[in-house]
Design a binder for this molecule. Sequence first.
Ligand SMILES: [Zn+2]
Length: 177
Amino acid sequence: MRQEPHELDSFSPVTAARTDLAHRAPSVYPAHFMVGTGYPTEDDFVVARQELGKGYGVYARRAFQRGYRVCRISGTIVHEVMQHTLQISSDAHLYDPYFTGFLLHACDPNVFLDMGRFELWAMKDILPGQALTMDYASTEDYLFKQFPCLCGAPNCRKWITGRREPVRVPDLDADGR
Ligand SMILES: [Zn+2]
């Protein structure tokens, strides 16, 4: 019984936190986000250009197994559709210009975003070097910008819109949206 206080000391939260910090890889989110474990790190993902002249994508640096959570996601809540936002509800969007906002679109994607829990899930096995892809219409009512899709999937929709908007013919859209 005399040993009890000493044993409790050795499991203090301070000791646990220090050990955890020592093993944590750099977060893709800025330090002031103060994200905990389970969020994307630079050890596991890289945001990089698809190829010269093309946009950026998120690439896996290790394997992720189908059916498992890939990571939690973070960002800032905004009330309009912008570049790098993902829809939470009809009037709330997550602005994440560090990770989620760079996920590429595919009509037969390998990840799914749960915008209720702010989690990213693997729908297929993902290998190191592969791009993480989501279906933009799975979260977005209206896209910041509609675009042609060349994903090559048998179910490719060819022209990507939000789930609640009609096709906007680019030639008639002077403002580029
Ligand atoms: Zn497609």
